[in-house]
Structure formats: C-alpha cells, structure tokens
Design a protein around this ligand. Structure first.
Ligand SMILES: Cc1cc2nc3c(=O)[nH]c(=O)nc-3n(C[C@H](O)[C@H](O)[C@H](O)COP(=O)(O)OP(=O)(O)OC[C@H]3O[C@@H](n4cnc5c(N)ncnc54)[C@H](O)[C@@H]3O)c2cc1C
Length: 398
C-alpha cells in the first residue's frame, strides 16, 4: 500500500511537469522536462503495479472478486485504473509504431491520465486504510484540490490569457522548396519577448481551448518584438496547411520556451552552429539577432542539405557575411556536378577538417535530424570538445 501511495503521489507530479510553467521549465528546457516526465511516469506506474502484485500474491483475499457486479466499487475503480495506466504506457512508448496520430494520441493521453488518476483516488478513498485520521484526510483532500486547481489553470485560465493576446498573420512567404515563413504581429498588445533560438506553441485556425497547438522555433531576430516569424517545413497534416494561411487570420502563441540560445552563454568566445535542413530555423534567428546587435565574435555555420536548391535562407546567409564575422560551410548530400564544396553527410572527419585546431574555442548549437545531431556530438567528443559546450535542439518531443 505504501508503494501505491508513493506511485500516486508521483503520478500527480506528472500533471505539474506537463503544465508548461515557464519559470519551472526555464532552467532545464522543455525536452528535459518531458524526458523526466516519461521516466518518472514509468517509475510511478511500476510502483503502482508492484503494489498490486504484492497484494495479489500475498493477500489475495483482500482483492475480493474480479466481477464488477459483485466486487466493491472501489476495487473495480483500482483495477480499471491499472488497465487505463497500461494502455497509457503502451500508447505512449509505442505511439509511432502503433501509427497513432500525434493529436489523437495527445487527447487520448490526457483523457487516460485524468481518468486513471481520478479512479485511483476513488480506490484510495474507498479502501480508506491510512486516510481515516482527520489530518490524513485533510492532506489527501488538499492534494486532490491542488491538482483540480492546476487542471483548471492549464485548461481554462492559460488558454483564456492566450485568447486575450492574439496575433494577426501579416505575411506567408515561400522560402524555398516546401518551407514557408509565417509572420505574425501582436494585435492590441506588446508582443512577445524571446531569446534567439527559443520556440513557442502556435495555434492557428483554432481556439487555444482546443489543444491544437504545435511547437515552432522563432526564426526572426529577437531584437524585433513587434513582428515574429516562424519558418515551417511541410511535413504532416498541420504543417502542410501553412501555405493556405491567409493574411489577416488570427493566431495564438504560448511561449517563449527552451534553453537552446546563445543568450545563455554571453561569455563564449565564439559560436559554431550546425544545422540540418529546417534545423536552420532557430539558428537563423540567432544569426539575425547577432547581426542586429553588431556582433564582433567569430561565427561558424555548418549547414547540411540534400541539394543546393533545398538550402533555406541561402541568399540571406551570404548577405549576413557582410554584417558578421561568419564562415559558412555547406554540406550537400547530392551536390551538382560543378560543386567544389563538402559533400555527403556531416561526419566526425569533416568536423575535424573544418574545425582544425579551433574546436574548443566554440560554443556549439546543433539543430537537425537526430542521426545528424548524434554524429556531430560524437565527432565533437572525439576531438575533445567539452560536452558542456555542446547544445542541441531536436524537433521531436516524443
Ligand atoms: C522545440 C521544437 C521546435 C520546432 N521548431 C520547428 C520549426 O522551426 N520549423 C518546423 O518546420 N518544425 C519545427 N518543429 C517540428 C514541428 O513542431 C512538427 O513538425 C509539427 O508539429 C508536425 O505537425 P504535423 O501535424 O504537420 O505533422 P504530423 O505528421 O502530425 O507529426 C509529425 C511528428 O511531429 C510531432 N508533432 C506533431 N504534432 C505535434 C504537436 N502538436 N506538438 C509536438 N509535436 C508534434 C510528432 O512527433 C509527430 O510524430 C519543432 C518541434 C519542436 C519540438
């Protein structure tokens, strides 16, 4: 029973972890919080299962019959909670393999978690061991009230605050191939103040109450607050509709979030950026911001794409060289025949060649597909760059 109580207390913390409180997530970054959420949930649910197994093996009579028509309601509530938690774990760990669409999964995840939690509370209340003393009852009532207030805040108050600060779409621009830039201006408020490299959750063509938001990195300069831009690659059902967005449409933002920013390392002697495809979005925001701040430090960009035509912000990057001490190394998987630059993928050997003896001088920012990010981290490790100087953003939270 002690294991059951511990698991339940940890389960409650999950709601806090995923509530996206900016101040709570600021020191770690949202990805670390979600990572923690995933593993803490696994531990909590394991404890709850062990609690059940111990009783099942040693005190079978305490479980009574499994038949819901004859069993006490609180025992059925406990069993149902266990089944829901099992479904929750399976659909979360193997969502992609089970081909569950992200948005449907998210709604299912919230519904399963809330139902399992309420049923488990019901179970504890019905069994009523260890919560019969007034002090313990107060403790558990306070605990339940806390989570209810949190749910009201996250699902009602926070969306209401977002609704009171709308944005208007002022431009939809094709950058290249299948990537679009969406420009937004605040409507009747001061806008958002973000650090270059951070991201926000964007809601378009829906109310903030509908939980239909998607995370996107700001691609505009952080020095400009009255107009923000996101550069979005067509990938799935939401991102493929960006091109249909009309100027004048209303959008909502929840942010800023994230720790992937040069502003966290003001004393760095130089910055190196490694981007793959659309991973350039937060990096162009950092470069644009550095240019607006008249940055003097040495900058390096290693930018990997399939073909030359896929290179987003190609012309602007060239122009930025005039305003910054910026060296750009393009790496193309399928280069044109006349190409004299780097080709193939970014490899440890390529990093060694490009960085030569300067590797330890830079603070590194990596954004691109996971295999690229892994190879670059490995390559930097091999040339003795301290991992504390390597920061990365993955465009995937689960
Ligand atoms: C921190 C962060 C920053 C990002 N910045 C950019 C950016 O600047 N430009 C860009 O093009 N893309 C960015 N992405 C990726 C972008 O959020 C997804 O490509 C987009 O949400 C996919 O939605 P979809 O419906 O078009 O595709 P789907 O095919 O529905 O989803 C593809 C995958 O994207 C993820 N995803 C889908 N919906 C969501 C959601 N609501 N919340 C979280 N993840 C979701 C899931 O892993 C899913 O499997 C970023 C992602 C993260 C986590």
């Amino acid at each position: 029973m002690a294991l059951g109580f511990t698991g339940m207390a940890m389960m409650g913390v999950q709601f806090l972890l995923t509530a996206r409180f900016q101040h709570a997530s600021a020191p770690f970054g949202i990805d670390v919080i979600y990572f923690f959420h995933r593993y803490l949930a696994l531990i909590a649910i394991s404890l709850i299962f062990v609690h059940y197994l111990i009783i099942r093996i040693n005190y079978t009579e305490a479980l009574a019959t499994i038949n819901p028509l004859q069993a006490p309601w609180y025992m059925t509530a406990g069993r149902t909670s266990l089944v829901l938690l099992t479904i929750l774990i399976i659909t979360s760990l193997w969502r992609k393999r089970l081909r569950i669409h992200y948005e449907e999964w998210r709604m299912l995840h919230i519904a399963l978690a809330v139902m399992a939690f309420l049923l488990a509370l019901n179970h504890i209340d019905g069994v009523s061991y260890y919560i019969d003393a007034p002090a313990k009852r107060w403790l558990w009532t306070g605990y339940i009230l806390f989570w209810l207030v949190l749910i009201v805040y996250v699902r009602l108050i926070k969306p209401w605050k977002m609704r009171s600060k709308p944005y208007r779409v002022v431009e939809v621009r094709l950058e290249c191939c299948n990537s679009w830039t969406l420009a937004l201006e605040p409507e009747g408020h001061d806008g958002i103040s973000f650090k270059p490299g951070q991201f926000a959750w964007l809601t378009l063509r829906a109310s903030p109450y509908h939980i239909k938001e998607h995370p996107f990195s700001f691609s505009s300069s952080a020095a400009i607050q009255d107009r923000v831009e996101f550069t979005i690659k067509e990938l799935g059902d939401f991102t493929s509709t960006i091109k249909q967005t009309k100027v004048g449409e209303i959008a909502y933002l929840d942010g800023p979030y994230g720790v992937f920013s040069i502003d966290r390392y003001p004393n760095a002697s130089a910055f190196a950026f490694v981007a793959g495809g659309i991973g350039i979005a937060p990096i162009i925001s950092m470069l644009r911001t550095l240019a607006d701040r008249n940055e003097q430090r040495s900058l390096l960009l290693i930018y990997s794409n399939n073909r030359w035509d896929d290179v987003i912000f190609n012309k602007e990057l060239e122009a930025l060289k005039q305003r910054l001490d910026l060296r750009i190394v393009h790496v193309l998987k399928d280069p044109p025949t006349s190409w004299t630059g780097e080709s193939g993928f970014i490899t440890p050997a390529l990093l060694k060649k490009v960085l030569s003896n300067d590797a330890r001088m830079y603070e590194y920012f990596l954004c691109g597909p996971k295999p690229m990010s892994d190879v670059v981290q490995q390559g930097l490790f091999e040339i003795h760059v301290p991992m504390s100087q390597v920061h990365f953003e993955l465009f995937d939270l689960v």
